[in-house]
Ligand binder design. Structure first.
Ligand code: ADP
Length: 504
């Protein structure tokens, strides 16, 4: 295929929310038109408004829209796109989708389907990792899936052990087994969950590292086969195995360890003939690192890497797909300062993270130097129960880690989301915890210090939340009043700012 054939003029986005917005921004800057493939319920969202064109691909449930390969490919063709970006989540790590896109004559913005299969599947990746001479967590991934065998293997590995659904992901389908007596039940339930949620009952076992940090290396391969590593991110602050706060670089790596992990990640990517952006996840315990899995896509937390390295990973993905990109030479990649990302979830921090849905009546993201807001929703949008509750990401950069933490505290204090509850009060508590500020946190951090989120938090914090709710209610009332007065007014958003919420 010659260079001309690879020109991307219109790109279809098979995704929604803040990542769709992120991709739209990259395309605009590259002079590429966008067509958003969206579900019925995502008709009036920020990404929907920002995209140049839109094609509705099906009803709200993901299985009938964002996870429907045929609907996505048909939508891309109907929209006249010549390329497809899958974002993250949904079909982004689905080799069959990559193939379907290519078979339809479209350009796939991502790694080759074979590389997705080789590196993205949790079990086949471990074989690649052995070839790449990177250490893995001791475990069992045999074909014999009888409960007795699995219990025996767990005992051999030594408790605690973690059982994982081979087809699982997103922190789901995993259970920690602390003793032999609870092993049979937990293994059986992991198999059932694997079948129900991911269509496969196959599980595997790993030694559970209970003082580990989650450290992941960003890699990027270009179409000529050149691979570089873009340093690491630390994502130890997790709830139920899902990341909440991420940062670059990790406060826990020596330059030697950084290099060893980076080079191991590059070897793995090379073995998989990897192309485009990818992330190799490791656990780090007692200065030893162990391969966990490879994510063959853009990562939610990619902005912190962009902030410290001064790169644009999404543009790089698109340009690489267009065969117009050369990976940054390894020696040119030098990190500067520190970057932190907080994921903003629509949930009630005081009710154990219960999802919070409804009409967004107003948001305020306090702009300023070294601040970046990746926002999927705006006033007038509905936060529905159909999708992931992450509505935005707040990213900061500053010259040192402590300054970045301070900046994040101040940004979160001034951020306003009216209409749904958010985890912002919880984020602020975590950022203030000495284990976090000193950089000592492990993946146990949330479970140990905030087992119930903020459910047990003090009166003042609760009161703050009540006040925010009161503001939101007042703003809602005001919004509906003005909307009612306006001629056929269906836009409740315009009115919110006519009464500054701070003065209410
Ligand atoms: P997923 O694909 O669902 O994201 P991962 O295998 O990447 O699952 O693991 C997610 C998180 O689960 C890790 O960041 C870590 O906190 C925890 N975890 C997974 N495996 C282990 C292990 N062997 N020991 C300790 N923690 C683990």
């Amino acid at each position: 295929m010659n260079m001309k054939d690879r020109r991307i003029q219109k790109l279809a986005i098979a995704n929604r929310g803040e990542v769709a917005v992120r991709i739209i921004h990259a395309c605009r800057e590259l002079g590429i038109r966008t067509v958003l493939l969206h579900s019925e319920v995502d008709q009036a969202t920020r990404a929907w408004r920002l995209a140049d064109e839109r094609v509705c691909i099906g009803p709200a449930p993901s299985a009938e829209s964002y996870l429907n390969i045929e609907a996505c490919v048909r939508g891309a063709l109907a929209g006249g796109a010549d390329a497809v970006h899958p974002g993250f989540g949904f079909l982004s790590e689905n080799a069959a989708f990559a193939r379907a896109v290519i078979d339809a004559g479209l350009i796939w913005v991502g790694p080759p389907a074979d590389a997705i299969e080789a590196a993205g599947d949790k079990i086949s990746a471990k074989k690649l990792v052995a070839d790449a001479q990177a250490p893995t967590v001791p475990g069992y991934m045999g074909e014999d899936q009888r409960i007795e065998t699995l219990v025996e293997q767990a005992a051999r590995i030594g408790f605690p052990v973690i059982v994982k659904a081979a087809a699982g992901g997103g922190g789901r389908g995993m259970k920690v087994i602390r003793s032999r007596s609870e092993a049979p039940d937990l293994i059986a339930s992991a198999q059932r969950e694997g079948q129900a949620a991911f269509g496969s009952p196959v599980v595997f076992l790993e030694k559970y590292l209970d003082r580990a940090k989650h450290i992941e290396v960003q890699v990027f391969g270009d179409f000529t086969g050149e691979v570089s590593y873009l340093m690491e991110r630390e994502c130890s602050v997790q709830r139920r195995h899902q990341k909440i706060i991420e940062e670059a670089l990790s406060p826990s790596l020596t330059p030697e360890l950084r290099r060893a992990m980076g080079e191991a990640a590059v070897r793995l990517a090379e073995k998989a003939k990897y192309e485009s952006a990818g992330t190799v996840e490791f656990l780090l315990q007692d200065d030893k690192f162990y391969f966990l899995e490879m994510n063959t896509r853009l990562q939610v937390e990619h902005p912190v890497t962009e902030m410290v390295l001064g790169v644009d990973l999404v543009k790089a993905q698109i340009l690489n797909a267009a065969r117009a990109f050369q990976v940054w030479p390894q020696e040119s990649l030098q990190a500067r300062g520190h970057s932190i990302e907080c994921r903003i979830y629509a949930e009630d921090a005081y009710a154990g993270g219960l999802p919070s849905t409804g009409l967004l009546v107003g948001t305020h993201w306090p702009e300023g130097p070294g601040r970046r807001f990746e926002v999927g929703v705006e006033a007038g949008d509905e936060v529905t129960p159909f999708y992931d509750p992450m509505i935005a990401k707040v990213i900061v950069w500053d010259e040192s880690r402590l300054r970045a933490i301070r900046k994040m505290q101040s940004v979160l204090a001034d951020s306003v989301v009216m209409g749904v509850e958010t985890n912002i009060p919880f984020l602020r508590e975590m950022l203030a915890h000495p284990e976090f500020t000193e950089g000592r946190m492990t993946t146990q951090f949330v479970g140990q210090h905030f087992p119930e989120g903020l459910a047990g938090a003090d009166y003042l914090a609760r009161r703050h939340n009540d006040l925010t709710r009161a503001f939101a209610n007042a703003a809602k009332a005001q919004a509906s009043r003005v909307a009612g007065e306006a001629m056929g007014g269906s836009d409740p958003t315009r009115s919110v700012w006519s009464t500054p919420w701070r003065l209410m």
